[in-house]
Ligand binder design. Structure first.
Ligand code: OAD
Length: 250
């Protein structure tokens, strides 16, 4: 049975759960897409773990500067804008993202729950003090360019990006709020995620189990095994604006 868009207009509390695919049409690479995915070309153990940073801080910092420069140049796409617009139409919207970019905020979304941190939330690797007022990302921070990380003003430790690396815990309060929303929402839009990284990936399924309708937005096929589970197979930038229009057509 196809998804009935009026269910979106009738929902009181919508949980929007996003992954790298929501930013793909802004020109930001996903992680696991074939050919274009970051983890096809780069080693996550080297670039997204505390051990990797310890072993070669300049390699890791250079890679995040490259990503930061890409994010700074990118603009929110119609999917980010539709999600911000949706928040003005439903009684309650909780936006949970696995992304470390700020494109949801730049599209106008407020109170975004960043489960995997934010790239720009820099802190000292050694003493964990926040580091503010970082200069703009290094220009021409190309692939493989090594850049020594700046040093902490308090302890001279290396500065690290504010992302959750493999083996690290997710921010507890953010995760709690995301789980609470999953238990209480009526409808989940799960947008542009492979659903492979736990515990984040359990959030849409938890909502489904608690009685919500679950709608996947992904150009790749997503298996739907539950009567309240649907898949809209096109890009987020195509699906979300059209979905809003259809939901509030009358
Ligand atoms: P993935 O790269 O694993 O998955 C991206 C998903 O987006 C895939 O299912 C694509 O089919 C889909 N996709 C691609 N283009 C799309 C588009 N235009 N519209 C909609 N969907 C599209 O990214 P995530 O699921 O976000 O962790 O990955 C989860 C985590 O793995 C990330 O947060 C990151 C990574 O390691 C950390 O940084 C801690």
């Amino acid at each position: 049975m196809p998804f009935d868009p009026t269910l979106l207009a009738q929902a009181r509390h919508v949980l929007v759960f996003t992954g790298a695919g929501v930013s793909a049409e802004s020109g930001i690479a996903t992680f696991r897409d074939k050919l274009s995915g970051l983890w096809e070309r780069f080693d996550p153990v080297q670039l997204a773990s505390a051990d990797g940073f310890r072993a070669d801080p300049a390699l890791v910092w250079g890679w995040y500067e490259m990503r930061r420069a890409g994010i700074a140049e990118a603009r929110p796409n119609p999917a980010h804008l539709a999600i911000a617009e949706l928040a003005t139409r439903v009684a309650q919207l909780t936006l949970v993202t696995q992304n470390v970019d700020d494109l949801h905020e730049r599209a106008g979304s407020r109170d975004v729950l960043h489960l995997h941190g934010r790239l720009e939330a820099f802190r000292c690797f050694d003493c964990a003090k926040p580091v503010r007022n970082m200069p703009a990302p290094a220009k021409h921070a190309g692939e493989g360019r090594r850049i020594a990380p700046p040093r902490c003003a308090y302890c001279a430790g290396p500065v690290r990006p504010g992302v959750v690396w493999f083996g690290e815990s997710l921010p507890g309060h953010t995760l709690e709020r995301a789980f609470a929303a999953a238990e209480h929402c009526d409808l989940v839009l799960s947008v542009g995620t492979s659903g492979l990284v736990q515990p984040a990936a359990s959030i849409p399924r938890l909502a489904l189990a608690a009685g919500a309708t679950l709608v996947h937005v992904n150009p790749q096929p997503v298996l739907t095994g539950h009567p309240r589970e649907f898949a809209l197979a096109a890009t987020a930038g195509e699906v979300l604006p059209a979905l809003l229009q259809a939901a509030w057509a009358r």
